[in-house]
Design a protein around this ligand. Structure first.
Ligand SMILES: [Zn+2]
Length: 317
């Protein structure tokens, strides 16, 4: 990372204390079976206003590479852009509340659905299918989170086809809408599943802002973690689970906080919620000078070390 990029990164952060707190909540680094080639950097693309607003042809990650998906998820540097994503649903009860909260804030999200929840003739499946249609009707993005929420890192092609293709079919049957985004359960993916995504031209989507909401029941603590991570990174893809009540309440708190910290493009401060296609198109248009998130984190750690050194009180001579 060049020093200019570091400076841009630093300017998007808040106080050193907040940044240090956020540093302790860095999302896990996922391992991938393959290695990406270095990402080309276009130095002429410098600010968010110059980024294209039109969504480009999918996918930005043609090889469904996990490293590439991870670095795309980091977004356009210092953009203040936030994509809200919701996994494991839908649920007639809690997803409807998420839709109400998003509508109240005029925000668009992406919902990575678990296909099995849409299958069958039960009343619950009927309600879940109706909720999937409500997601589309409200203008949000549909994503595929696999049929049974199994990790798609096995090598058995037929098994992976079932998990990915059958889930996509159920989502499309329920909504009448093709699904082009895939998020692997547990952030794991194997070569067979990668091959399926490549042939389907699906976009592999990871996340960067993760409050571990499947293990935490305090909405305020969840929201505080999300905010700390956002202040540290400057932008990011937020992961929440719309099946969980505390996560839904944390979303409300997060959006209230974001409303109080709107984006000021001139000053380069604040945040703006964008839909997932816009977020990814901007990330692809202004790539980080790293092939992997691990390299990015090493650069961030160096930045913090420099800041700590600079903020140490000088000894009296
Ligand atoms: Zn999940």
């Amino acid at each position: 990372m060049g020093i200019l990029a570091l400076a841009g990164y630093a300017s998007s952060c808040a106080t050193p204390l907040e940044r240090a707190r956020a540093l302790t909540r860095v999302p896990p680094i996922m391992t991938a079976p393959s290695v990406t080639t270095p990402i080309a950097v276009d130095p002429t693309v410098m600010d968010a206003a110059s980024l294209p607003s039109v969504v480009g042809p999918l996918p930005y990650n043609g090889q469904a590479d996990l490293h590439r998906a991870g670095i795309l998820a980091e977004g356009a540097e210092s953009s203040g852009e936030i994509a809200l994503t919701f996994d494991d649903g839908p649920s007639a009860e809690t997803t409807s509340e998420v839709l109400r909260i998003l509508a109240a804030h005029k925000a668009k999200g992406a919902f990575f659905l678990t296909g099995r929840r849409l299958e069958g003739s039960s009343v619950v499946a009927d309600m879940n299918r109706a909720m999937a249609r409500a997601i589309v009707a409200a203008g949000h993005t549909l994503g595929n989170h696999g049929l049974d929420h199994f990790a798609v890192n096995k090598q058995d092609l037929a098994w992976n086809l079932l998990q990915i293709e059958e889930s996509a079919r159920l989502i499309t049957d329920a909504t009448g809408t093709p699904v082009r985004y895939f998020r692997p359960p547990y952030g794991k993916i194997g070569a067979a599943a990668q091959g399926i995504l490549v042939s389907r031209r699906d976009e592999l989507v990871m996340w960067t802002i993760d409050a571990q909401d499947t293990r935490e029941t305090d909405p305020e603590r969840l929201a505080a973690r999300l905010i700390a991570q956002l202040m540290f990174a400057g932008q990011g893809i937020v992961l929440l689970h719309d099946l969980r009540g505390p996560s839904v309440r944390a979303l409300s708190l997060l959006l209230d906080w974001l409303a109080a910290h709107p984006r000021d493009a001139d000053k380069g401060t604040g945040y703006t919620v964008v839909d997932l296609p816009t977020y990814l198109s901007h990330a692809a248009a202004r790539p980080w000078p790293y092939a992997t998130r691990l390299e990015l984190y090493h650069a961030r750690e160096k930045l913090h070390a420099i800041e700590r050194l600079a903020s140490k009180p000088k000894r009296k001579q």
